[in-house]
Design a protein around this ligand. Structure first.
Ligand code: HC0
Length: 574
């Protein structure tokens, strides 16, 4: 350790830590704007400046390492004045229409201004940039009038997702974050993951808001409006209402959706179980009949776009299964429409998702089993939070309610889809029992759990070694796939999720401010919600879901049947 003094208090900090991290340990929070741990450590915005004895000027604490005997002051008038001036300069070229801003209340710039006593007067009035808003993409928009040039989006796009479709154009006062040659985002190889939105501190990046369309559909008496909720939504929605990260809000979420006026409140988890039936069948078929291996999961639309852009030679490895979101919509507009005697054209399916790529996915080709779109609208968790607030529903005090039947019954295997390793674990529970014909003694496959970038395991099943790998986040996926492509690795089955950690860290989840993100393991807290629900569920294997049994008995026949293929499977674009 290294012994230093911060604001006159002795602190023993680990060698190599920054002043920012050491101060945190001493219960002092130094404000930051551009800093994202391990992702964007560029010391550029100068909000985190502190005084260091002997240093010629203020230093940026997010990148400055501690040294033995160092004396640091984090809140002198000189420091506070510098931070205020930095904020005033940012505001001098910032669209300050905060009242109507989507981030009002969760904006990191707004919070800092309030803390440091900076109001929206024109301190440095003069020339200001005016940018056109890029609405080209299906899932999001960029409003550079609200960008503060922190470069967090650029860093996450290029380093974590290795897509690199946004970066700084121009120089000096004209610097702006955009795509090369100012192309619209839709023209680039953006994979729609929304990780840039997740890290944006202001209202510069946001999902396209579809809340009003959903209110209109609910109010339309000719429409039967069905809502489905992805596994991770229940693990994040509470954050929109100030609840601690890691709060299970499944019951309140169902209550709120019912009070919003949806005709049926169903669960995407049912379709996750359906995916397992189809995908496990596909895996066994490929293993037993010499099909293309490894089989790679296909439920994450950001990952699918990544594969289409960057690994087109491996598209035959992808499972042909539609994602659970799409399987759900397709099942509603075929099986459920028939059962209820409703014309699929009169059914409106809304998905609540932790994902922005799902907004893109609904418009893909071959996602219209009943010749109308399988899913009509996708709302992110943030939009769902907005909708509940707009409707005046007091979320925190709602009673817990249950999903409607028949498409609301699901298993523990399904809910863990939302965290990296969950699809693999769910598939193994079903594939192993199908192959051996015996009941598993232990349902947990802990080797594929957790936040490691790449997880590998070998399971001996009915005398055969089944090699699996699990990864999430595109930089990890790229490394893994290059090994497969070169023949260095030979797996049977791979799970890939677009966002690092899986859907619980999706681009449509509630934004976690950098001061929390940098120092809290928020992904594990959210994942624990899903594992706890799995543990508490009496049915923990997809093939034991009674609603799934009924679906196959009365409608699809068996997994991989002609009908199942027509409704539940899809194709990809080279
Ligand atoms: Fe996911 Fe899904 S688990 S992608 O992460 O497979 O978005 O939560 O809904 O479709 O089920 C997201 C989450 C889903 C799908 C499911 C899968």
């Amino acid at each position: 350790t290294v012994n230093i003094k911060i604001n006159g208090v002795d602190v023993a900090a680990p060698k190599g830590s920054t002043i920012l991290a050491a101060a945190r340990q001493a219960h002092i929070e130094i404000p930051t704007l551009c800093f994202l741990k391990d992702i964007n450590e560029i010391g550029a915005c100068r909000i985190c400046v502190v005084e260091v004895k002997g240093a010629r000027s203020l230093v940026t604490s997010c990148v400055y390492p501690v040294n033995e005997g160092m004396e640091v002051w984090t809140n002198t008038p000189k420091v506070l004045d510098s931070r205020k001036k930095t904020l005033q300069l940012i505001l001098s070229d910032h669209d300050k229409k905060c009242l109507s801003c989507v981030r009002s209340g969760s904006c990191e710039l707004q919070k800092l201004c309030a803390e440091l006593g900076v109001d929206d007067e024109e301190f440095y009035a003069g020339e200001a940039n005016e940018y056109a808003i890029d609405y080209s993409a299906a899932h999001m928009y960029r409003d550079n009038n609200k960008c503060i040039l922190c470069r967090r989006c650029e860093a996450v796009c290029s380093k974590v997702q290795v897509v690199g479709v946004i970066g700084a154009n121009e120089r000096g006062f004209n610097t702006n974050l955009a795509s090369a040659f100012d192309m619209g985002l839709a023209e680039t190889s953006c994979i729609s993951c929304g990780q840039c939105i997740a890290v944006c501190p202001t209202g510069a990046l946001s999902e396209k808001d579809h809340v009003n369309e959903v209110f209109a559909a609910i109010a339309d008496p000719t429409k039967h409006v069905v809502v489905q909720t992805a596994p991770s939504v229940r693990a994040g929605l509470g954050e929109e209402f100030g609840m601690p990260i890691g709060t299970d809000t499944e019951g309140k979420m169902v209550s709120a959706l019912r009070r919003l006026g949806f005709d049926r409140v169903f669960d995407t988890d049912l379709a996750a179980d359906l995916t397992i039936m189809e995908e496990a069948n596909e895996l066994l078929d490929r293993v037993q009949n010499g099909g293309k291996l490894p089989l790679i999961t296909s439920c994450s639309p950001g990952w699918i776009k990544f594969a289409e852009f960057y690994f087109p030679d491996m598209l035959d490895n992808l499972s042909s299964c539609k994602s659970p979101q799409q399987m759900f919509g397709a099942t509603v507009k075929t099986y459920y429409a028939e059962k209820m005697g409703i014309d699929p054209k009169d059914i409106f399916v809304v998905s609540c998702m932790p994902c922005t790529a799902k907004k893109f996915e609904i418009g893909r080709d071959d996602q219209d089993a009943a010749e109308v779109p399988d899913v009509d609208i996708v709302l992110t968790v943030r939009e769902l939070g907005r909708m509940i607030k707009r409707a005046g529903i007091n979320f925190s005090s709602l009673p817990d309610e249950q999903f409607d039947n028949p498409l609301g019954i699901s298993t523990g295997a399904a809910v863990i889809f939302g965290t990296s390793g969950g699809v693999m674990e769910a598939a193994l529970r079903t594939a192993v029992e199908t192959l051996t014909g015996e009941e598993l003694a232990k349902l947990e496959f802990s080797d594929v759990r957790g936040l490691d970038g790449i997880k590998e395991a070998v399971y001996n099943v009915a005398g055969m070694d089944v090699k699996v790998a699990v990864t999430s986040g595109m930089s990890n996926a790229k490394k893994l796939l290059e090994k497969v492509r070169s023949g260095e690795a030979d797996y049977h089955f791979i799970e890939i999720m677009g966002c690092p950690g899986g859907c619980i860290n999706g681009g449509g989840m509630p934004q976690v401010s950098a001061d929390t993100r940098n120092f809290t393991d928020y992904r594990t807290l959210r994942a624990k919600v899903l594992y706890d629900i799995d543990n508490a569920n009496v049915i923990r294997k997809s093939h034991e879901n009674p609603a799934i049994k009924e679906l196959y008995d009365t409608y699809f026949g068996k997994p991989g049947s002609h009908k199942a293929h027509h409704i539940l499977h899809t194709t990809y674009v080279k």
